[in-house]
Design a protein around this ligand. Structure first.
Ligand code: GFB
Length: 327
């Protein structure tokens, strides 16, 4: 049972605590948070594979894995992800890897008798100029943002695969669309990471080296909505137990800030006292992508972690994990 905003919610699909659950992508930002959350809720029978143990782009290997292990539930958090520069620079990798991983995992899960699968998309599936906040109904109503259309097209294909499998085979697959995520376990690469971890590292290194300025890409005017990854993981488990329709569900905070405001926040948390400059040779991307979260709120889920606390926790994690950061 769940208590959300004073309402008692009875799951429509209870997962037994000893159910065999496969978390695909368990070493990534999202997958590791889903594992933590499942364990916190008493689910101990988790199955994971590193990339080296199982390459999800290889159809025969994925099929063998599912036939052998027969997971009852699947959280599909494995994906090739990155920030605006990575998406723009490696379009073939983004469309290829994501299509293959989704196709193989969703198909093998269905064939091996998985009871329910949760697919994770992204807010970049919506049109570049969708009216704000973006409702689920704005999918496929306009042109995509060019810097990430390859990733977006792959994610849209994943949504459609889930819907098609539900219609034709009655396969219980649901799709959740998270907004921009951040938190412990993120990638802090200076070129290829998302803006929040990239700025944490830039400001931290500028403070350490005594640099007098930090370069922030673009105009600083685009707005982004940031959701702490443990909130997303809670939403994933919540929807696994409380939602079974083919329609996609947005998951976000319902609030956004400009990149310039984000930079000021990161500067403060790091304790850097130099100046901020904007590199106008770098792209802004989508001007704004705030999700309309009324549907998931209606079902009964709300985020818990404030931006200030989430940012402080992420910076603490960055400091404590200097030796093992992902670049
Ligand atoms: O997070 P980000 O890379 O991706 O960039 P998107 C967000 C905004 O921050 C853009 C600006 O306007 C960037 O120009 N920015 C400023 C920076 N400084 C930096 C920096 O040092 N690093 C980075 N990375 N950005 C991605 C999509 O879009 O969002 C993906 O490409 C995915 O497909 C992901 O959907 C959630 O929010 O623009």
């Amino acid at each position: 049972m769940n208590f959300a905003a004073g309402k008692v919610i009875r799951p429509i699909h209870t997962m037994n605590k000893d159910a065999l659950i496969y978390v695909a992508g368990h070493r990534g930002l999202v997958g590791s948070a889903i594992c933590r959350t499942l364990q916190r809720h008493g689910f101990e029978n988790l199955i994971t594979r590193t990339h080296r143990e199982l390459d999800l782009t290889k159809q025969a290997d994925v099929s063998d894995f599912f036939q052998q292990e027969q997971p009852e539930y699947v959280f599909l958090a494995a994906a090739k992800v990155g920030g605006i520069h990575a998406n723009n620079t490696y379009p073939a990798d983004f469309i290829r890897d994501n299509l293959l991983v989704q196709l193989n995992v969703i198909d093998s899960a269905r064939r091996s008798g998985t009871k329910k699968l949760l697919f994770l998309g992204s807010s970049c599936i919506y049109p570049k100029y969708a009216s704000q906040p973006m409702a689920e109904s704005s999918l496929l109503t306009g042109e995509l943002e060019p810097t990430n259309e390859w990733y977006a097209v792959a994610k849209i294909a994943g949504i459609k695969q889930c819907q098609a499998y539900r219609r034709q085979y009655g396969f219980n697959a649901i799709s959740l669309m998270p907004t921009n995520l951040y938190g412990p376990g993120d990638n802090f690469d200076l070129d290829n990471a998302h803006v929040l971890p990239a700025l944490i590292r830039k400001f931290h290194e500028a403070k350490e080296s005594g640099a007098d300025k930090v370069m922030v890409w673009g105009t600083g005017k685009p707005k982004r909505e940031f959701l702490y990854v443990d909130d997303l993981a809670e939403a994933s488990l919540f929807l696994m137990e409380n939602y079974e329709e083919e329609e996609i569900v947005n998951v976000g905070t319902g609030e956004d800030i400009s990149i310039a405001e984000l930079a000021e926040n990161v500067k403060d948390i790091v304790g850097y006292d130099g100046t901020i400059e904007y590199d106008l040779t770098k792209p802004d991307g989508t001007p704004r992508k705030l999700l309309d979260t009324s549907k998931v709120n209606e079902i009964g889920w709300f985020p818990k972690c404030s931006f200030k606390i989430g940012l402080a926790q992420t910076y603490r994690w960055f400091l404590a994990n200097q030796g093992t950061l992902r670049f």
